[in-house]
Design a binder for this molecule. Structure first.
Ligand code: FAD
Ligand code: NAD
Ligand code: SF4
Ligand code: FES
Length: 806
């Protein structure tokens, strides 16, 4: 006869333990599950995606009702267990149901911590923990405008992003100076704040909440310093507390959580605890990966399979906010006995830090580029000795064109190593899915194993495993959806814009039945780009879809001021322009005047309200140092001055910059021209590099010099300057028409291959057609600074300077 197993808590940890048990001992138990919520088991992690409009409730169900029936499990939803009689081995619920057990699992999770503030019980003050909270927020956004999220941790920021997507104005209140202080160091935290500000989030830092204002419904929040902020929705995301009341009331030993040993046993015979309600070796976890590790051990225990027991988990986190890549793992704070290596790239907004102790990697923080997150996390968990490779891990292998191959890394992983922490999927499980179930894409692997289905941080590792198992040719590329608002891929959307003559984002979203009718921060800028590229005349640029730097035509700096970088074609300036720059710098008390990496001059620390006056007084055009467009053309002095120079690289650079400036490209682009193969302008790490050779020129494409160093590949050798112009413009237009929005040329070429680019440009007729389309679009662009000055003048917003012509 089967033994009786009862599970209290139909959440992620408990049901995962049952799933694992069913694999080990499918016939041992008759299983009964009690859950307070009215739903089957769902992926709580993905509530953030539901709120952000990237998924529906249906999408996030892990096990539907049929799964329980198919596995002979009795599920009682909307039933809260209120008492456990540990002597009689019976549980009873708030609605009077009882069930007896031989073995009992408590998996009651956590409760959100609600600050005990005066007024916290008003309508409109909620937590973010379950489907009901998520629905409350979605409904509130239909009626109300001002949301305040208290808590700048992972949950608070994901809630805030979701509410922004629902078109609310969102202020995040945080008690400390730095967001996500539990996961990030100050540098990464500052970069995160600035990125989120550019997405429209407002922050009230170092603010201690005093009370919630309003009559029945909340109308605002007051702080201890007496200041107030308007609010008609308040979301508290200030941490969680293990849900231990039931265990305590039933006489089971608790501390912070329910105390368990290495086999997840409580102090009471036949009673186990797993998940966020459990405390192991003094630690209570608040992330899913450890809960799956615990579930695996518990399943073995219940199945009677000997094991060495659960020894605790190292955790990693990834913020699930679209457009922001943040990763943190292990011990990332420097302390005695640790050494760290870090790089910070303010241009590409990338920051990477690793912390090492006794030769072993013990922690990492990544911002901007988190593609190595899973790899670093595996190394931390494995306690791998990385002596001598510290810099290589962060920078990529020296002297080689690429960072150490991900394929080598996955090849070296053992089969039981976890690849997807969110879903507890090992390398071995993924390889079996590839071999036995015929998976050939990341999506197939997701379908068969759930790996990649939650935070998505493990996608690069899964992609590497596919290539390792099948070879590059055997892997099916995923159809990249534009975002969660649509199931259509980029090609289908672009095709529809062309064939159905759609000319505004609103039209695209309506006609193509976007799930979220307002779109999100990922699709809105992408659609604006595709529409402008396809219909340069008909489409009106949708400024509200652009990021703050592009809207303001200057880069916002970490203190909230802006930088102003005027165009200096080919890096060649004049005494007259230098004088103007100097005068403006003096007049506006510019704190830093810097020669930038792109051979131009940046003025840093300009107040937003001074921008139009500064631009007018400079009387130069915008250098687009903020835009998805050409940044600059770097040149060496070439044959004009240099004794090695074979061609006039300065003139060529100036000409190219004049032709390429202003027009939108899928991502930012950088160009350089060198006067001989000594290549002083570093043309071979640019999106397009021109290198003079004896009797002609070479064009290189797809280079990148940022954190992800990639040498450019030779596209063509040419004889004349006119040919260089023709090929360059045609290449730029090919990129504009075919790359995904936000895809740098290096990634585009890696994806499609240099041969397909060569093929696309091989016929002169095709090149001419591309060049023509390019020139037509370029001819419609105007200098944005001058446009704004003109607009300000028309609006009479400020007194124009009489002495200066625009
Ligand atoms: C919005 C959001 C996003 C998140 N994102 C991430 C992420 O990206 N990565 C990550 O690792 N973690 C994330 N987390 C945390 C993760 O969801 C939790 O760690 C995980 O769900 C905990 O699982 P659990 O089973 O212990 O608890 P839960 O999933 O909370 O399940 C407990 C269940 O027990 C039920 N219950 C409680 N008491 C009783 C009772 N007496 N009788 C019957 N039923 C009861 C509850 O209603 C609940 O359904 C996120 C959490 C939230 C809220
Ligand atoms: N992407 C992810 O991995 C993810 C996403 C969401 C939630 N979660 C998990 O869900 C749980 C809950 O998340 P959380 O962010 O609420 O918890 P948390 O404890 O990680 O963060 C709470 C934050 O609120 C701040 N805070 C505390 N009191 C405050 C106050 N009075 N005013 C303003 N700020 C205050 C804290 O400084 C802290 O940064 C955590 O276990 C978290 O790991 C994870
Ligand atoms: S690349 Fe050649 S031409 Fe240009 S500065 Fe260097 S050596 Fe001189
Ligand atoms: S690690 Fe989050 S989905 Fe795999």
């Amino acid at each position: 006869m089967k033994k009786k197993l009862v599970l209290i808590g139909n959440g992620m940890a408990g049901v995962n333990a049952i799933e694992q048990l069913l694999k080990l001992a499918p016939d041992k138990y008759e299983i009964t599950v009690f859950g307070s919520e009215p739903h089957p088991n769902y992926n709580r992690i993905l509530l953030s995606s539901v709120l952000a409009g990237d998924a529906t409730i249906q999408d996030i169900v892990i096990n539907d009702m049929d799964w329980y029936t198919d596995n002979g499990i009795t599920l009682h939803t909307s039933q809260t267990v209120t008492h456990i009689d540990t002597e009689m081995k019976i549980v009873s619920t708030d609605k009077g149901l009882t069930a007896s057990y031989d073995d009992l699992i408590i998996a009651t999770g956590s409760l959100p911590f609600m600050l005990p503030l005066p007024g916290a019980d008003k309508e409109g003050v909620i937590a973010f923990r379950d489907i009901q909270d998520c629905e409350s927020m979605i409904n509130a956004a239909k009626q109300y405008k001002h949301a305040v999220v208290i808590g700048g941790g992972l949950l608070g920021l994901e809630a805030a992003r979701g509410l922004l997507n629902l078109n609310m104005e969102v202020s995040v209140v945080h008690i400390f100076k730095h967001l996500m202080e539990r996961q990030l160091d100050e540098t990464a935290s500052d970069m995160l704040r600035s990125e989120l500000e550019s997405q429209g989030m407002k922050f009230l830092l170092e603010q201690n909440t005093d009370s919630i204002l309003g009559d029945e419904r909340v109308t605002g929040v007051r702080f201890k310093d007496g200041s107030e902020v308007k609010a008609d929705l308040v979301v508290m995301a200030v941490g969680i507390r293990p849900n231990v009341a039931l265990a305590k009331e039933s006489g089971i030993e608790i501390n912070r959580g329910i105390v368990v040993n290495d086999y997840l046993e409580t102090d009471t015979p036949h009673v186990y605890a797993v998940g966020e309600c459990a405390e192991h070796s003094g630690v209570v976890y608040g992330l899913v990966a450890p809960l799956f590790d615990q579930g695996a051990e518990l399943a073995k225990r219940l199945a009677g399979i000997p094991s060495s027991g659960y020894k605790g988990s190292v955790v990693s986190t990834k913020l699930k906010v679209s457009g922001v890549n943040v990763f943190s793992a292990g011990q990332f704070v420097d302390s005695e006995g640790t050494r760290s290596f870090r790089i910070q790239d303010d241009f590409d907004r990338v920051y990477k830090k690793i912390v090492v102790q006794d030769g072993k990697l013990i922690g990492a923080v990544l911002f901007g580029d988190t593609s190595d997150g899973s790899k670093l996390f595996s190394m931390i968990r494995a306690g791998q000795d990385i002596s001598g490779q510290e810099k290589e891990l962060v920078l990529g292998a020296q002297g080689s064109s690429k960072p150490k191959s991900g394929i080598d890394f996955v090849a070296a992983m053992s089969n039981d190593e976890i690849v997807c922490g969110c879903n507890g999927v090992s390398k071995g499980t993924i390889l079996s899915a590839i071999e036995e179930k015929g998976c050939t894409s990341v999506n197939d692997v997701k379908y068969c194993t759930k790996a990649t289905g939650s935070c998505g941080g493990c996608k690069p590792l899964v992609a590497d495993l596919l290539t390792y198992a099948l070879g590059a040719e055997g892997v099916t590329a995923i159809k990249e959806g534009v975002c969660g608002c649509t199931t259509l891929g980029r090609e289908e959307v672009v095709e529809a814009i062309r064939t159905m003559r759609l000319t505004s984002s609103r039209e695209v979203m309506n006609v193509l039945e976007w799930k979220n009718p307002e779109g999100c921060s990922k699709c809105r800028p992408a659609l604006n780009y595709y529409l402008g590229m396809i219909w340069p005349e008909e489409h009106t640029d949708e400024k509200e879809s652009r990021f703050v730097n592009e809207r303001n035509h200057g880069n916002i700096q970490k203190d909230g001021t802006y930088s102003v970088i005027p165009r200096i074609h080919g890096g060649v300036t004049t005494a007259e322009d230098l004088k103007k720059i100097a005068d403006v710098a003096v007049k506006y008390d510019v704190e830093t005047v810097k020669i930038t990496g792109a051979q131009r001059i940046g003025l840093y620390g300009i107040k937003k309200e001074d921008l139009p006056k500064v631009w007018e007084e400079l009387d130069m055009t915008s250098g687009f140092a903020y835009g998805k467009s050409l940044r600059a053309v770097k040149t060496c002095v070439g044959s004009t001055w240099c004794r090695f120079g074979t061609q006039d690289s300065m003139s060529m650079g100036i000409e190219l910059e004049k032709r390429l400036e202003r027009i939108s490209t899928p991502a930012k682009t950088k160009v350089a021209v060198s006067g001989c193969p000594r290549n002083c302008a570093e043309a071979t790490i640019k999106d397009l590099g021109v290198v003079a050779i004896d009797g002609g020129w070479e064009i290189y494409v797809g280079g990148n010099g940022g954190t992800d160093i990639r040498p450019a590949e030779l596209l063509v050798k040419l004889k004349t300057e006119d040919e260089v112009i023709e090929w360059t413009l045609a290449y730029f237009q090919l990129y504009r028409e075919n790359a995904n929005y936000n895809e740098r040329t290096s990634k585009w070429i890696e994806r499609v291959g240099i041969e397909s680019i060569k093929k696309g440009l091989a016929s002169q007729e095709e090149r001419k057609a591309l060049q023509q389309r390019y020139e037509f679009s370029a001819g419609l662009t105007q200098d944005p600074w001058k446009e704004i000055i003109e607009q300000e003048r028309l609006n009479k917003n400020y007194e124009p300077l009489q002495s200066l012509k625009v």
